[in-house]
Design a protein around this ligand. Sequence first.
Ligand SMILES: [Zn+2]
Length: 264
Amino acid sequence: MEPMFDSHAHYYDARFARETGGSEALLRELFRADVCGIVNIGTDPENSRLVVAEAAKWPHMYATVGIHPGDGQRLPDIDAALLEIEAMLPDAREKKIVAIGEIGLDYHYDDTDREKQLYFLEKQLQMAEKWALPVVIHDREAHGDCFDAVCRHPQLTGVFHSYSGSAEMAKDLVRRGWYISFSGTVTFKNAPKVREAVAAVPLDRLLMETDCPYLAPHPHRGKMNHSGLMRYTAEAMAEVKGITADAMICQTRENALRLFDIQI
Ligand SMILES: [Zn+2]
């Protein structure tokens, strides 16, 4: 099998400690087997510092730093948190910080404060522009507002992760230079819309991810996810495109390396 590149994971999540005694042994095993690279994604200042430290430890691990809409909404002083994130950016390349993320909008929960979310999304898009980094967008039930927000920054690029929008919007994003990433949800029986979006995205703009420990692909749905399970996602995406799983793994790996400017 071709070595796989996981473009979106959270290996600091407490679920790894609960279910496997921590991610250390698991990562060693994955890197020895069929995983050639992982982007470990921050969601607040604290775990952003953590993913940077982890990236320094593992040769094939990379980091993103940023404030997730759900996490940021709970922070009492969002401006101080934004300053903490920006303080990490001046030597981003040496720290293996490959993007700002994950940032975006999440309108799923009843206590959603849209105004606050839009405020710190916009601040982080400006940061990405200033430091010339791509962004990783989290868009949950906020497709229109996420699309509008990134369109206000036409010189920015990045990826919409674990994509759940329409095929039409995916095509529109691709025209504007964006990448679209798919997780285990592409294997779910009740998710034909996700497969329609895969069909709409050209091969050279597709990314693949786990979002682990969440979103394990079928037949592991609901269990703890990890980068090794991504082959099920590759198979499902390959089937939509009429290519082999190996070809999909190879293509999505090349795309991720291009977007994040990584040489492995
Ligand atoms: Zn994530």
